[in-house]
Design a binder for this molecule. Sequence first.
Ligand code: KG4
Ligand code: ZN
Length: 355
Amino acid sequence: MKILALETSCDDTACAIVEDGRRVLANVMRSQVAVHTPFGGVLPEAAARRHLEVVNACVSEALRQAGELRLDDMDAFAATLGPGLIGSLLIGANVAKTLSLVADKPFRGVNHLFAHVASNYLESDLAPPFLCLLVSGGHTQLILVEGHDRMRIIGETLDDAVGEAYDKVARLLELPFPGGPHLDQLARTGNPKAFTLPFAVTENRFDFSFSGLKTATLRAFERAMVALDALPDTERADAVEVLRRDLAASFQRTVVETLFRRTLACAEAFEVRTITVAGGVSANSAIRERFLRLAEERPEFTVVIPKMAYCTDNAAMVAASAYFNPIAEDWRHDVFSRSAPDGHGILRRSQPTAS
Ligand code: KG4
Ligand code: ZN
């Protein structure tokens, strides 16, 4: 079954064609970084307009990439319905609905978070049950995937999402938009033990909290900068550079250890032996290294992390989710932001049952 999917929930315009939820025939992504860089973040109105400008070209390119396929060769059309920016979602959803009408094939609506989970099925033979650490710009969740349509949130962030914390600390360190990948690069050049930053304690041991870490990083930076003021100008610039690198490395180490320890504890508590990581932040080099090392240290664990192109927002994962777990198969289904009504496939938090 071939599904052509669109993803326009935020600032990337993406179209992909995937066969049977796993085999990627085409994966096209047009980044909007250049559009939003002057604003230092995503400007929703500009994002929607840009989607409209490039979406048709993305569809044509995907058909070409898949070996000159035609709309008639598709078995269904899919799009992300939410959560996301409404103006942006509307473009992808309406284009996919129109294509399905033109080709007289079904439409399938997808939940963006389920799509990130489904990115793990691409080019792999992964099947439930598994534990998924979902880390993106808007979400940080530990999801127990018991079946394609049976997922439970076991833990989640009580405040900032990891990607959000990365982007805020990146701004503090004057890194360009989008901050996460730049901070990742900078962190690799510093000393991760230079600063001792706090590991948040939460009532539910599988929850996360990153706002305290973000504030502690900010305070450490301010304090160190005051100390550097006493240096002569010639030495100061170099010292500030060392400070930025060391703080980035220390922040990254604290985040990675927090994510890793809680995920492992959760897998042990729920007796799950397959751990996956998904979402934009799973492109982070230190997170990938730490989780992949687990499989070497403890061979009873299998670790699956999608390849980089499937970590940040992409349409291949939407096609996979449309195959395994669509949330809507009706044109009348509408787009939704973070607060969706019931029936849109929003995961509900479940009480942890493991000891
Ligand atoms: O999943 P995604 O593409 O969009 C959302 O659904 O939110 O995730 C975007 C987030 C941004 O916060 C971005 O800074 C972060 O993922 N990100 C990274 C890296 N690559 C992307 N964070 C840390 N290290 C990276 N290498
Ligand atoms: Zn995403």
